[in-house]
Design a protein around this ligand. Structure first.
Ligand code: GAR
Length: 209
C-alpha cells in the first residue's frame, strides 16, 4: 500500500481525479492519508472532507517567518508517514529541507509540456495565456519529480493536447485538464505504486513492467 499526501492550494480537480481513481480501484494499493493546503478556503479541503480524508490547513500567514512555516509544515507532513507527496496545484515553494528529506518522493503536475512554459511565474492560467500568446499548436501536461529547481526535476509522464482555433486561456486550461492532467497524474501515482519508476542519472527510467 502506497500512502500519499496530496498538497493543493485551490479548486482541487486534480485531487478529485486521484480520489475518483482510488474509489474506482484503477488506482489500486494507494491510500490518500492526508490533504494539506496553505489556503483555508481551498475547495480541495472540502473535496477531502467529503471523501472522509484528513484535511489540514497550514498557512504561512500563521507564522512569523518562512523558516518557521517550513519547519512546521514538514513536521506536520512527517506525522502522516507517507511514501509519496503529490503536488496538485500547490502554489507554495517547497523548502530545500523537505526536498532533501523526500528526494524522489515528491511529484508535481504542471500544465504544459516541460521544458516549454515552465519555471518561475508559470502556474495556473498564466501558462495557457503564454502558450496562446506564442501560438503553439500543441501543448499538454507533465508529471515530474520535484527537485531544487522550478519544474526542473526528472519527467515521469507527459501528454500532448491540441490547441484549437478560438481557444481562450480558460478553454485551453479545461482541455489540458480533461485530456491530460486528470489522466497522467493518477497514472504516474500508479506506476510509482507498482515500483516501475526509477531515477537514474537525473532521468526517469521505467523498469519491471
Ligand atoms: C492545475 O492546472 C495544475 O496543473 C496547475 O494548477 C492547476 C490546479 O488546478 N499547477 C501549476 O500551474 C503548477 N506550476 P486544481 O486545483 O483544479 O487541481
Amino acid at each position: 500500500m502506497l500512502k500519499i499526501a496530496v498538497l493543493a492550494s485551490g479548486g482541487g480537480t486534480n485531487l478529485q481525479a486521484i480520489i475518483d481513481a482510488v474509489a474506482a480501484k484503477t488506482l489500486a494499493d494507494v491510500e490518500i492519508s492526508v490533504v494539506i493546503s496553505n489556503n483555508q478556503n481551498a475547495f480541495a479541503l472540502e473535496r477531502a472532507a467529503k471523501a472522509k480524508i484528513a484535511a489540514v490547513c497550514i498557512s504561512p500567514k500563521e507564522f512569523e517567518s518562512r523558516e518557521a512555516f517550513n519547519r512546521a509544515f514538514l513536521d506536520k507532513l512527517n506525522g502522516y508517514r507517507v511514501d509519496l507527496v503529490v503536488l496538485a496545484g500547490f502554489l507554495v515553494v517547497i523548502s530545500p529541507e523537505m526536498i532533501a528529506e523526500y528526494r524522489n518522493r515528491i511529484i508535481n503536475i504542471h500544465p504544459s509540456l516541460i521544458p516549454s512554459f515552465c519555471g518561475k511565474g508559470f502556474y495556473g492560467l498564466n501558462v495557457h495565456k503564454e502558450a496562446l500568446k506564442r501560438g503553439v499548436k500543441v501543448t499538454g501536461a507533465t508529471v515530474h519529480f520535484v527537485d531544487e529547481g522550478t519544474d526542473t526535476g526528472p519527467i515521469i509522464l507527459q501528454r500532448a493536447v491540441e490547441v484549437k482555433e478560438g481557444d481562450t486561456p480558460k478553454t485551453l486550461q479545461r482541455r489540458v485538464m480533461e485530456e491530460a492532467e486528470w489522466k497522467i497524474l493518477p497514472e504516474a501515482i500508479d506506476l510509482i505504486a507498482r515500483g516501475y519508476v526509477c531515477v537514474k542519472d537525473g532521468r526517469v527510467v521505467r523498469e519491471g513492467e
